[in-house]
Write a protein that binds this ligand. Sequence first.
Ligand SMILES: Cc1cc2nc3c(=O)[nH]c(=O)nc-3n(C[C@H](O)[C@H](O)[C@H](O)COP(=O)(O)O)c2cc1C
Length: 188
Amino acid sequence: MSKPAITVAITGASGALYGLKILDLLRERGDVEVHLVVSSSGWLTLSTESPLSREAVHAKADVVHTPKAVGACIASGSHESLGMLVAPCSMHTLAAIACGLSSNLITRAADVTLKERRRLVLLPRETPLNLAHLRNMQSVTEMGGIVMPPVPALYHQPKTIDELITDTARHAIELVGLKQAGRKVWRG
Ligand SMILES: Cc1cc2nc3c(=O)[nH]c(=O)nc-3n(C[C@H](O)[C@H](O)[C@H](O)COP(=O)(O)O)c2cc1C
């Protein structure tokens, strides 16, 4: 039987490491087919924040799509999928999703995820936030999406940036409905 599919998009906000960590954790699980789309600005931030080549990033996914490929399988609701994570999510992509603009494969796949009532998890990164950002987050939430700004929990006293990112990435994956072993849980 084929594995359930999941889509991961990396857009041009700071925080490419969140997307990369999500890809690594999904690969580690081995029980999902990962479809990856990186926007052109996503490649720009990736090259600023990570030494990985495009090939190395592509190797983390099972299927790679370009943002222009609006006819790819993930652009259709008939493509069965657990959901989609956009990590990090730029204010540009957030605005496009909030307005239902499907001008590239990332925003189209997000639109389809919402219309099929599947899990859409956005990790928007900007600070401070203007009213447009806040309104767009509200719209996406009203449409059923989950807005999860990557704000770290410090009560576990993380020692490294990798620890912070891993904890957030595990949380984001759980929001798509995939239980993550090793997620730090507050025991009271
Ligand atoms: C180094 C760098 C860092 C950026 N950081 C952010 C950011 O944190 N949040 C954001 O919304 N946009 C950020 N931007 C701007 C976006 O990349 C830009 O708005 C772009 O159009 C987003 O396109 P996309 O949504 O198709 O990826 C950054 C751009 C660069 C070059």
